[in-house]
Design a protein around this ligand. Structure first.
Ligand code: ZN
Length: 270
């Protein structure tokens, strides 16, 4: 690894839960493709970026209680994963929230020293009429939204949009469709890595144009898949999807350290 690369952002993935699903669970109208159904693991990730003397956490997972209610196999909190890196969660500078679904926004209280960054459209969406609709409100926790609203009132939240810089080498990309204010982070400039979060749960969404089963706007989500391919120059190893077990293979970690039900699995992707 070159000194130049070492001087750039260091990016760690934190796998904090997993579940077993099938292709027909995960892809919208999977029968369209006339293929046999297969097992499709769902891994829940967050990411920690160390760059320019600052610690940026991208997404915060869910609490053990919420994971239990929703029946996913919990390995530990994202804060536990941060501690595995030898970092006190209280010293994280910025928590960026990709979108407000329960598996991304539940751990914000574990990072009391951080400013919080989110796209304004995400807050607008979850504080408007769609919060009364079952297909939307079933995928958020009201406590997470209330916590965020209090943080806005307390002046702790920064609203970020397409092109906003978290640090000089971490750029916000607005990739809507799964959720209205869905963002990813481009790390390390135009040749860098795209942390897509749920703009792409799986590589197959981007490389096979297969929409995920949950969305706020289907054509807009397809457009974001197109944009992601452009942002990564078509290179699979520049894309880190939000829930794909293939991340372990693409970034060369293998499965040797996989310990479901024990501790979050933490590994470096850049
Ligand atoms: Zn998710």
């Amino acid at each position: 690894m070159s000194a130049v690369r070492e001087a750039g952002p260091q990016v760690y993935a934190i796998a904090w839960a997993e579940d077993e699903r099938t292709d027909s669970d995960q892809f919208y109208r999977f029968k369209t493709y006339s293929e046999p159904d297969s097992v499709r693991p769902l891994v829940f990730f967050a990411w920690l970026i160390s760059h320019a003397g600052r610690l940026t956490l991208f997404d915060t997972g869910a609490s053990r209680a919420v994971a239990g209610q929703r029946g996913i196999n919990y390995m530990g909190s994202v804060a536990d994963g941060v501690r595995e890196l030898g970092i006190d969660p209280a010293v994280v500078d910025t928590v960026v929230i990709s979108h407000l679904h329960y598996d991304h926004s539940g751990g914000i209280p574990d990072f009391p020293g951080a400013r919080i960054a989110i796209h304004p459209k995400e807050v607008e969406f979850w504080t408007g009429p769609n919060l009364a609709r079952a297909q939307f409100n079933s995928i958020v926790e009201l406590d997470d939204i209330v916590f965020l609203i209090r943080a806005i009132r307390d002046g702790r939240v920064d609203f970020v949009t397409e092109g906003s810089a978290i640090t000089p080498d971490i750029t916000v990309r607005h990739l809507p469709g799964h959720s209205v204010g869905q963002i990813g982070l481009q790390v390390g400039g135009v040749d860098g890595l795209l942390l897509a979060a749920d703009a792409a749960h799986y590589y197959d969404e981007v490389f096979s144009n297969r929409p995920f089963t949950v969305f706020s706007d289907l054509p807009v989500m397809y457009d974001s898949y197109d944009r992601i391919r452009t942002l990564i120059g078509g290179a699979r190893d520049r894309l880190v999807p939000g829930h794909d077990s293939q991340v372990f293979d693409v970034f060369g970690t293998g499965d040797a350290l996989w310990r479901p039900g024990r501790t979050p699995r933490v590994f470096r992707v850049r």
